[in-house]
Design a protein around this ligand. Structure first.
Ligand code: BG6
Length: 265
């Protein structure tokens, strides 16, 4: 087993960094702002209970309140060569956010040779509870213009840059601002010839993969994103968004899992 180091903040239950043998696997911006009410730029923000502006297009804060809420660290144990942190978010943390709904979100972060994330939402109320969810993972890449992303070929996607619905032909490559919601969440492999490695993302309980790189103009417009940082990052997000929002019956729960592994290539 190599040296696996992660930093996790209680605020947002935000996995902020993860490195293996000193090499960053998750990406974090040097311009990120550590401030109440502001999500960190990098690592793994939790998008919940809506994604972006939500299905109605007018919800704030963007990507929901989970990433800007104080979570409770409920457990910290060693399990099979990994350290596992368990965080809990409940309505007391965000009382005004979902009136009339009773729920609990539990987040397990397992840090070992692989990073395993499991976000479980429980409907503790008496009525149907519907939400969007995504683990908005920022990956470190050598140069985003040279990576290939396999696993999405043939999948239909919404191109949020053009507003058009498209079908993916072959591997995904990043040649401009990219913001796509794919209707598929199979295993995705990012091959990075500059860093000589493959990042393997495996998920469960997700219907969508989101691929995001802001490129030049959009990153320059974001105060918490360095103007020249965009070539070094790529978001491969997994979740259930838009038409694939989750509807939970009373008493039911759903878990979204994201597993990130690194292989030499
Ligand atoms: C992605 C969205 O998931 O997150 C993009 O698809 C968005 O549209 C990006 O720009 C970053 O969002 P935020 O709120 O963290 O700046």
């Amino acid at each position: 087993m190599g040296t696996s180091v992660a930093q996790v903040y209680d605020y947002g239950a935000h996995v902020w960094s993860w490195s293996l043998d000193g090499d960053a696997v998750l990406w974090t911006s040097a311009k990120s702002v550590f401030e109440t009410g502001k999500a960190l730029r990098g690592g793994v923000p939790i998008c919940w209970p809506w994604f972006g502006p939500g299905r109605t297009g007018d919800l704030t804060p963007a990507h929901g309140f989970a990433r800007i809420s104080e979570w409770t660290l409920a457990g910290r144990v060693d399990r099979a060569n990994a350290e596992v942190l368990t965080y809990v978010l409940d309505p007391e943390a965000a009382p005004a956010a979902l009136p009339g709904q009773d729920w609990r979100v539990t987040y397990e972060v397992s840090v070992g040779d692989v990073l395993e994330l499991a976000l479980t939402v429980e409907n503790l109320g008496a009525t149907l509870f519907s939400y969007e969810v995504a683990l908005h993972t920022y990956l470190t890449v050598g140069d985003v213009r040279t990576v290939t992303i396999a696993g999405l070929e043939g999948a239909s996607y919404l191109d949020k840059v053009t507003g058009r619905q498209e079908v993916q032909a072959g591997d995904v490559t990043i040649v401009a601002e990219t913001d796509r919601v794919y209707d598929r969440c199979s295993e995705v492999v990012v091959t990075d010839s500059v860093l000589g490695r493959r990042l393997r993302v495996a998920t469960e309980g997700a219907a969508n993969t989101v691929v995001w790189n802001p490129w030049v103009a959009k990153s320059a417009a974001m105060p918490d994103f360095g103007d020249d940082e965009w070539p070094g990052m790529l978001c491969i997000e997994a979740g259930n968004v838009m038409d694939h929002a989750v509807s939970l019956e009373p008493g039911r729960s759903e878990t979204l899992r994201y597993r990130l592994a690194v292989e030499a290539s």
